[in-house]
Design a binder for this molecule. Structure first.
Ligand code: NAD
Length: 729
């Protein structure tokens, strides 16, 4: 079956239906574009056809462009991308003009988009070229242009059409932030024209086609005297918008995301010229963005590889291991969050703590999240009752009977954890998989307390559990394949992204974050201006500077981890200089945001005011401050070298997991596509050269790992060597 089919009824209304076989959601491929173009041609030239309805046979309209196609398009180089995009423009323009005479604007046939559900990316750009957009009143549907989230921007006319339809200011949230909305919200915002009951969708579309006048088919921008809503750039109001937008984009992106800048340029320049020229300008900027290594790295990590991991790319072969009954031990911050996400995904949960009070508090955490959802109109009272009914809060381990997965989230103490393992294993069935949420204790060591170590695994969530999308699954030495499959199936049920790593100190994410924080603190001890440290981090795309990050995660936790690491490493421990600052801060009672005092000062409500002035007397600023680039290199290499070592040591077995995990786990500069993508971007040889300089100045922690040196010598890239790509995309 082709992706698009057309039928024409007795009243002369042609319906073009989108239905990509073997996919639950329509996505646009190059061939499909050609096909829909041919069908539109047929309908426009067929005298028996009065008008066209464009719709979908699925519950949704479309999820967007197949981003693999974009990756393919790039292989032909910039000219091929530009030509391909211009062809798409020509086809959409054909729909928009619908056979009318370009001068008199008469003689066109009405084309309406009828959206049964979600319409994203090209799934909205195509309707935007139609003469009317009618959507079914489906509150679950999402409508919008999310391209910016994967490092590109709407390049099939969406940027130019939406700006001309709504004005630059009103279009900004949809274009610049990728804001999605329900059909009703989309109607209120002017993205679409009409919302009708789902069962009336096609009838209403047909009614509109048959009653549309010639004037209904002419887009405002094709009429004489069209003025952009809110004003074009040289209009006084437009001027304010564009100056503000430029500042806003730089503040939000720190200038590291090429797509946002290019989008604004396309909007600004496009607003000064006629529509068809604006489309050409959009195509040029879009081509520029597609050819930028940052965009391809973002698409690769945040879309293609994330999706592959979500689908269980590294799942061992085993029958379906979906979780039916989950036991969560420890109803503290993490346990309560895990109970919520599981219950929300339809899993029955038994939540256990030492006292009934503590267990109830854990359950109340879910209630709090659901209540917030109700306030925002995202959750119904029924849904709340349903989710809460799935969580049993108790102190009684016997309630775990029949559980097929346990996640332990008690205190970070091997003795307490071992005791819990014994108690659980005494009541659960022999098939039950046991997972620990430990963040620092090696899984193999904890598994020693288990009578079934092959069923013992690490499932490491990040805080706050309901917001953080990464889950790190850790294989202990004896962990079996079924346990890994179980963990992966569980993570898929709760709709998070998994990475599977082998057991080693701090696993993967924490192993890379800790050196980042430590490098920041080390610089404070050296007399580097703290504002320089924090800004250098942000200007290279890290969401939080290292000092803000340690304030958020808490300084006493840092002290605890430092002490435990030192005890384990003995004489090899490398972070004495860091500890001096960290321990001194803890001694001052400055424990981070939770104590409303840390490297930053806070007001009574816990709002951050600015860097704490008390640091300067203790750690006077060096007269000679390092350059911004030097600080950035220290902060980035502290992380990426750990990622390379993790790969070298076999903790990471898949660089895709290393990149996706870094962005989702600790926000590693998303524009780069992750540590391995970034190293590919600068090249192994340059990376080794920078390491040499850093090592000479700051010590052996920056020594380039053997793997990186070897790759530099052989002129290899990570994605070439480990990801099967010919060259870094
Ligand atoms: P927490 O102190 O908030 O919660 C621990 C809970 O376990 C408490 O409610 C406590 O009463 C309960 N508990 C202790 N002993 C118990 C026992 N024998 N039986 C039943 N319940 C018991 O701690 P948390 O922050 O939720 O951390 C829990 C685990 O998750 C730790 O292993 C921690 O390392 C790990 N973790 C924490 C984070 C984080 O950001 N806090 C992130 C990832 C992993």
């Amino acid at each position: 079956m082709p992706d698009f089919t057309m039928t024409t009824d007795a009243d002369g209304v042609a319906t073009i239906t989108w239905d990509v076989v073997q996919k639950s959601m329509n996505v646009m491929s190059t061939e499909a574009f050609g096909l829909v173009s041919t069908l539109v041609d047929q309908a426009l030239t067929d005298p028996a056809v009065k008008g066209i309805i464009l719709t979908s046979a699925k519950k949704d309209f479309a999820g967007g462009m197949d981003l693999n196609v974009i990756a393919q398009m790039k292989l032909g180089g910039a000219q091929a991308v530009f030509d391909g995009v211009m062809q798409i423009h020509a086809m959409l323009r054909k729909i928009e003009r619908a056979g009318m005479d370009p001068k008199s604007l008469k003689g066109g046939k009405p084309i309406v988009a009828a959206l049964p559900g979600t319409a994203l990316g090209i799934g909205l750009e195509l309707p935007l070229a139609c003469h009317r957009i009618i959507a079914a009143d489906n509150p679950k549907a999402k409508i919008g242009l999310p391209e910016i989230m994967v490092g590109i921007f709407p390049g099939a006319g969406g940027t130019t059409r939406l700006t001309r339809k709504l004005g630059a200011m009103a279009a900004a949230p949809y274009l610049l932030e990728g804001k999605l909305c329900s059909p009703r919200e989309a109607k209120a915002a002017g993205l679409i024209d009409e919302v009708v009951a789902p069962e009336d969708l096609l009838a209403r579309a047909k009614e509109w086609v048959l009653s549309a006048t010639e004037a209904d088919l002419v887009k405002p921008w094709d009429t004489k005297g069209y003025k952009m809503p809110g004003g074009a750039p040289y209009h006084p109001a437009g001027f304010m918008t564009f100056v503000g937008a430029s500042a806003m984009i730089n503040a939000k992106t720190q200038g590291v995301y090429p797509a946002a800048k290019a989008l604004l340029a396309a909007v600004y320049e496009g607003a000064l010229v006629p529509f068809d020229v604006a489309l050409k300008i959009e195509a040029r900027h879009f081509t520029g963005v597609l050819m930028n290594p940052s965009s391809s790295a973002m698409i690769r990590s945040l879309f293609i590889n994330k999706e592959a991991l979500d689908k269980g790319a590294n799942r061992p072969a085993a029958p379906d291991q979906s979780v039916k009954k989950l036991g969560v031990i420890g109803a503290g911050m993490m346990g309560a969050g895990i109970a919520y996400v599981a219950a929300n995904a339809g899993i029955e949960v038994v939540l256990i703590d030492n006292t009934q009070d503590a267990a109830d508090r854990g359950r109340a955490h879910s209630e709090g999240i659901l209540d917030k959802g109700i306030k925002r109109g995202k959750v119904t009272a029924d849904k709340k009752a349903e989710v809460l009914a799935r969580i049993t809060a108790t102190t009684d381990y016997a309630a775990l009977k029949g559980a097929d997965l346990i996640v332990e989230a008690v205190f970070e103490d091997p003795k307490v954890k071992a005791d819990v393992t014994h108690k659980v294993e005494a009541v659960v069935g022999t098939d039950c998989i046991y997972a620990t949420n430990t963040s620092t204790l090696p899984i193999t060591g904890l598994a020693a307390a288990s009578i079934r170590p092959e069923q013992f695994i690490g499932i490491h969530f990040f805080s706050p559990v309901d917001k953080m999308n990464l889950v790190e699954i850790i294989r202990g030495k004896k962990t079996g394949d079924v346990a890994v499959a179980k963990a992966l199936d569980f993570v898929r049920q709760i709709r998070k992204t998994p990475i599977v790593v082998n057991d080693a100190r701090f696993f993967y994410a924490n192993r890379c974050i800790i050196p980042y924080i430590n490098e920041g603190i080390r610089m404070v001890a050296e007399g580097v201006e703290p504002a320089l440290i924090e800004n250098a981090a942000k200007l290279v795309g890290m969401p939080l500077g290292p000092l803000q990050l340690v304030d958020e995660t808490s300084i006493d936790l840092g002290v605890k981890i430092a002490k435990a690491t030192k005890a384990a490493m003995g004489a090899d421990y490398p972070d004495e200089a860091v500890d001096k600052v960290l321990f001194w801060m803890a001694d001052q009672g400055r424990l981070g945001r939770k104590s409303k005092s840390g490297f930053y000062a806070y007001d009574d409500k816990g709002e951050r005011l600015g860097l704490w002035e008390g640091l300067a007397p203790k750690y006077p600023l060096d007269k000679l401050q390092p350059s911004l680039t030097d600080v950035q290199h220290r902060l980035l290499f502290a992380q990426v070298l750990e990622a390379v070592r993790a790969l070298e040591e076999g903790v990471l077995t898949d660089i895709r997991e290393g990149d996706v995990g870094a962005i989702l786990g600790w926000g590693f500069a998303p524009w780069s596509g992750g540590p391995f993508s970034w190293l590919d971007m600068i090249g192994a040889a340059r990376a080794v050269e920078i390491c040499r300089g850093l090592t000479a100045q700051f010590g052996p922690r920056f020594h380039a790992p053997a793997l990186l040196r070897e790759m530099a010598e052989k002129a290899e890239t990570f994605y070439g060597r480990f990801g099967g790509e010919k060259a870094a995309a």
